[in-house]
Design a protein around this ligand. Sequence first.
Ligand code: SF4
Length: 636
Amino acid sequence: MAEARIQDPTQVTDFAYTRGLFDVGTGELVKLEKKEVEDDMDFLGGIGRSFKIVAEYDVGDPFAPDAPLVINIGCLTGTGYMTGLRTYFTAYSPLKRTLEDAPMPGWSAMSGSFGRKFKSTGLDDLVLVGRAATPQILVIKQGEDGPEISLQPAPDEIVGARTPEKVAWLNREFNDPDNRKYPAHFSVIGPAGENYAKVWYASIASTTQEQLMSGEDKFRFAGRLGMGSVLGSKNILAIVASAQKDEYPDGDERLKPINREIGRGEQSKGYRHPNNHDGGGGTGRLERVLDSFGVLPFKNFAPPGENIAVPSHIETVREAEEFIVIDKNCYGCQISCHQDVYAAPEGGKDPDPRKARRNHGPYIGRYEFEPMELTGPNLGIEDAKANLELARLTDDLGFDAISSSVVVSFLMDYNERNEEKIAGGVSFGDVEGTTRVMEDIAYGRDPLFGKGVKKISEEIGGAEYAMHCKGVEHSAYLPQTNPGYPFATAGGHMSMRTFLLYVMDPDCQPESADYWVRQITEEGWKMINVNLHGGCLFTLAPPPQTAEAVSSIYGIELSGDQLVEATYQTHLLGFALEQKQGATPADYDMAGDVFVGKAKGDLEGVRFLTRELFEEIRERVLVKFKEDAQKAGYLN
Ligand code: SF4
């Protein structure tokens, strides 16, 4: 974490942070330096710093050895701030590409315990370049005099292994599970990342404390934009962050009530289990909400009406006799947003939920909205158990659950429309076919389907129903409801908060270009503030609260306005980097079928987004972002 350069610091520029540059080709730590904080973006960290780093590189091929992969943390990661656990991976994405095929920068973020261990090693940013000749494990250790970074050959038993098998080996090698000692946490890729040349949407899976203790696969993921593919291209199968001694700098008296509010208060209520201070049910609750409005993605983003996926709603799963849903948490987080699903024990489920959670059968999988929805209703699969198992399969193969599932829904849609079948004729509702296709992709047995729907449709057709923006597959919210998708700088629901407005904003004016332009240019990007400072998205913390937490820990004044301004500057830099890679207005587009009058544009639950409305929004948004990026000095 940033350290004060002077006694009694009063401002962010009184701090410095530690950056390493490591060449995985030579195994050499090229540079380890303390860098003075120059502005709020530097201080807050995460993508505020990593976008500046990747801006210094010219990258035409995201897998080229000299293309950088930045691993870093925010100023709240590994502190006493509840949910301060995030790690960020930033690179030129193999998936997010211009129409001319140039890779554009992006990032992916994860919670879990890797970030707090990374911070304890003494690093803030680690830039990886080069490519190892053989599969390696990157080991980062807390040393006497700062971080120690080295490579060790990956043993045969983890080469090609799925993510849980890799973690099980690492846990035995770098921890002492018999004595419940866990100084190390891990980030790993699965077979998908190892086959990076054919799989552009591989994830990075990171361990939670519960996973190391229970042996069950309870990962957190840096899922989106193919960061696992980039790590795979460096021939790094796993990263170990090991620290015997952890320190969690606490804030002054202001931090305790902030943490109480985060863990127990109204702002995070929606992400908690109903048994946890009257929670709303976690991200899974969205499935019923969207379904009740007739806007739940179904069979490649075309719901025929309302309440079409009741068997896979989390409420149904929670009530079912065969399942027990238990909320779990990342280290020290009282929100406990993970909704883990276990089989009922022999003899049946205890009607008392408190007793049921202590007596359950085997772990089946996690219920999170996007993976469950996109491996379920959007594939026409309406069997909750099959759905949980498919979502878990994407985790274990090391895929981004969103991209891999949307690829399969595209293939199913293609087969429904064409005489000549592809992917073994996989069709909507086909669990076995989905499993086969996903495994074929992850193990590199298919040359095309791992490259995302943009690339697939360029090769075989179907662009009008290839559900992506700038190559990044849509998350589980209809593009028909969200003209903000193309302006997200990373994952569509993680970097532009316009995806729920149609359903959730009582003042939504869907047919008004003014409304959408205002939401995209003035509000939507604010959500990426969590990708700077290291707190979790699910705190839904207002900026003044987060700024106060930072002030409380570092003893300097930081305002909510400063946090918002640093966030906008970061968004603008991300946008400018897209422009520098050659993005034109035509790159900010969506599949033709989603507009009014087209195959998926006239749905019962939504029908407002005409091509003309979208083009007006696009023109005005691009003018505004370009002007502001020029003023910030990011564009000429
Ligand atoms: S809200 Fe969920 S993902 Fe975020 S830190 Fe807490 S348990 Fe982890």
